[in-house]
Each structure stands twice: as C-alpha cells, then as structure tokens.
Design a protein around this ligand. Structure first.
Ligand SMILES: Nc1ncnc2c1ncn2[C@@H]1O[C@H](COP(=O)(O)OP(=O)(O)O)[C@@H](O)[C@H]1O
Ligand SMILES: [Mg+2]
Length: 217
C-alpha cells in the first residue's frame, strides 16, 4: 500500500530523508519512531505530495506518485487522511461541519453527507457534541474530530503526525485504539511519534529514523 524505494527528499544538502526503503501492507498499522528532527514529518509529507523527491520512487495504493503532476495532486489527496498534533480544526464551525467539510468539497448530496458524518461521529464517540465548536471540547475530543474528518473520506492511507503529542497518556491510548480500528476496513495507518512507551504495548512493527536515515536492526 505504501512503498518507499531508495527515497531521498532534502531541504538542503544534508537535511531531509535519505535512501529510505520500506513497505507497509494494506490494513497494516506501522509507527514511525525517532527523536525530533529525525525526518518523521518529512516522510509523511512526501506521501502527501507536500514535498518533492530528489531521488528514488514512491508507490501508494499501486500508483507511482513519484513524479505526479501538480494538477493531479488534489485528486490524489482525497484518498489520504491527515491527522496532526495540533488538530487543525476550523474554529468557527461545529464538530459536524468540520467533519462534513471533505464531503462538501467532493460535492456529495446533503442527505448522504448527513448520514455518513453521523455514522462516523458515532464511531469515534462524538455523537453527543456534534453542534459544539472545537474550543468547547477537550484535546482528546478535538483529536477525535480530526480522526473523524480523516475517516469520512474512506481513505486508503491515514497519516498521523504525532497525533498524541498534546494529549495525556490515557487519552493517547484511546486515540491509538481509534486509529487501529480504522485498519479493520483495510486502511493502512502510518503514525509518527517519539513516545516509545506509548506504542510498545501494541506490539506493532515500527520504523526507526535517525538523522533522516533508517536505523538498521
Ligand atoms: N521546511 C523545512 N525547511 C528546511 N529544513 C527543514 C524543514 N522542515 C524540516 N526541516 C529539517 O529536516 C529535518 C527533518 O525534520 P522533520 O521531518 O520535521 O523531523 P521530525 O518530524 O522527525 O521531527 C530536520 O533537520 C529539520 O530541521
Ligand atoms: Mg515532526
């Protein structure tokens, strides 16, 4: 589902990610580990087509996205769900409206949007706060909204960039439960974190980066 082949993507001569090769299966959940500056966000940004590759090849869902034309990128991004540490919700919209946004952009009929969004909000345990604004919610609830917003598109891949960075340990664990649940539908989840104690009990595969390179084990 996600395949890196000797990928190098740099901001400057010796800053970025270098010669990365790894593979993530359909429906697999994999963690991207490493300290600040190791290149975790850069890996996720290459998949989101936010930065260009200098070298190597990148395949997502069987598609070679290495040299994708920029006009095709918005369409490609429909199948990628992004989740960030700082949630990135729209403050003057309700929970429901935040989650409905990707479907509004796709131009789905209102009735379909309503049923899909309600279903997802129930799945993430937010059906009682659909009319609230993000600022009225706890951090954990806000991250659930951003997960719902990613899930509502039925993405093939979810990229979560330190999604638990602002959350307490027990809330973080609930967020991981939700991301793991998403894999049941065949969605692949790649989540970056520098919190090894958080992910260790899950016994999932993890990819470790240091200075933009894979740590060999
Ligand atoms: N926009 C940018 N411009 C220049 N250098 C950057 C940029 N973003 C990240 N870097 C550098 O690239 C390296 C990897 O960063 P990043 O992928 O953000 O690491 P992580 O997410 O693991 O903390 C770091 O040395 C960082 O300073
Ligand atoms: Mg980062």
């Amino acid at each position: 589902m996600i395949q890196f082949e000797n990928v190098t993507a740099t901001y400057a001569d010796d800053v970025g990610i270098f010669d990365l090769s790894f593979h993530i299966e359909k429906g697999e959940m994999v963690f991207l580990m490493g300290p600040t500056g190791a290149g975790k966000s850069t890996v996720l940004r290459t998949i989101y087509k936010d930065i260009l590759l200098n070298d190597g090849s990148l395949y997502i869902d069987g598609q070679d996205i290495t040299d994708m034309r920029s006009r095709k990128i918005p369409y490609y991004r429909r199948k990628i769900g992004m989740i960030f540490q700082d949630f990135r919700l729209i403050e003057d919209r309700t929970v429901f409206e935040n989650v409905a946004l990707p479907l509004n952009i796709l131009g789905l009929p209102n009735k379909e949007i309503k049923s899909k969004v309600s279903e997802i909000l129930e799945k993430v345990g937010l059906d009682s706060v659909t009319k609230m604004r993000p600022s009225q919610l706890s951090g954990g609830e806000q991250q659930r909204v951003s997960i719902a917003r990613a899930l509502v598109k039925d993405p093939v891949v979810i990229l979560a960039d330190e999604p638990t960075g602002n959350l307490d340990p027990n809330v973080s664990d609930e967020i991981l439960d939700l991301l793991e649940l998403a894999t049941n539908n065949g969605t692949s989840v790649l989540m970056s974190t520098h919190n090894f104690p958080l992910i260790r009990p899950r016994k999932k595969r993890y990819i470790e980066l240091s200075d933009g390179r894979l740590v060999q084990k």
